[in-house]
Design a protein around this ligand. Structure first.
Ligand code: ADP
Ligand code: ADP
Length: 228
């Protein structure tokens, strides 16, 4: 579903973010990208939804070269969850969740119905939380809204950049298990960035372990842990 072919990315200021990335993620697979800060994990994600372009090599999503795909169409198929959630502060939780379907031209009532379903799915009672504003939620609840919003248009691919990074360890563990439970139902193709090796092991069907600018190991958690 996602394929990188000898991808390199050098930013305009000359920084090499990734030097040679080749890997493949199967449909419905959850791959964690793990490694120290600055090793190229976020850059990898940004090349999937074309928020940045590779300097060389190709990135394919669903068999299509993203460089040949209209970015707007591409992003309809790719949900994106980031650490600070990027929720709109002046919109209610329900409207935040309904944003993407509305942009896609769904009728408002249908988009809101869908948003309510999704809030339910991530464990937030839409009747209670739907009308609140992001500032009236806990950090953990905001992250759940971020996940609900990313799922709203039912994209086959989900990019998650440190989705559970901004909450305390107890909440993080709860969100991790809730997401795994959710993933068992929705079966998205997921790339999940983390610098927390335990999270990578727990969440990943496979793990991409980064060194500086490239992947050193790409294997199941058991194989990565078992490696010398
Ligand atoms: P990670 O997500 O693993 O922390 P990044 O992909 O964000 O790593 O960054 C990889 C490298 O590219 C780092 O050295 C970072 O400073 C650099 N970098 C990231 N974004 C830019 C940018 N827009 N311009 C220049 N350098 C960048
Ligand atoms: P968490 O453990 O999920 O981070 P918090 O301790 O931050 O939870 O919040 C606990 C409860 O307080 C949550 O149910 C949340 O809805 C509520 N809450 C937090 N901040 C606010 C606020 N500013 N206004 C209203 N309710 C809030």
């Amino acid at each position: 579903m996602i394929r990188f072919e000898q991808v390199a990315k050098v930013y305009p200021d000359g920084t090499t973010a990734v030097d040679d990335l080749s890997f493949e993620v199967a449909e419905g697979e959850l791959v964690t990208l793990v490694g120290p800060s600055g090793c190229g994990k976020t850059t990898t994600m940004l090349m999937v939804n074309r928020l940045t372009e590779p300097t060389s090599g190709r990135v394919l999503v669903g068999g299509e070269d993203v460089a040949q795909t209209d970015p707007v169409k591409l992003r309809r198929r790719i949900g994106y969850v980031i650490q600070q959630t990027g929720l709109f502060p002046h919109r209610t939780v329900l409207d935040n969740t309904a944003t993407v379907p509305v942009l896609l031209g769904w009728k408002k009532a249908r988009a809101r119905e869908r948003a309510a379903e999704l809030l339910e799915l991530v464990g937030l009672d839409p009747g209670v939380y739907g009308r609140r504003y992001p500032a009236q939620l806990s950090g953990g609840q905001r992250q759940r809204v971020g996940v609900a919003r990313a799922l709203a248009a039912d994209p086959p691919v989900l990019l998650m950049d440190e989705p559970f990074g901004a909450v305390d360890p107890v909440v993080r563990e709860r969100l991790q298990s809730e997401f795994l439970h959710l993933q068992a139902t929705v079966r998205k193709t997921v790339l999940l960035v983390t610098h927390d090796i335990e999270e990578a092991v727990r969440m990943g069907d496979r793990m991409a372990v980064y060194g500086q600018g490239h992947i050193e190991q790409f294997d199941t958690p058991a194989a990565v842990l078992g490696a010398p």
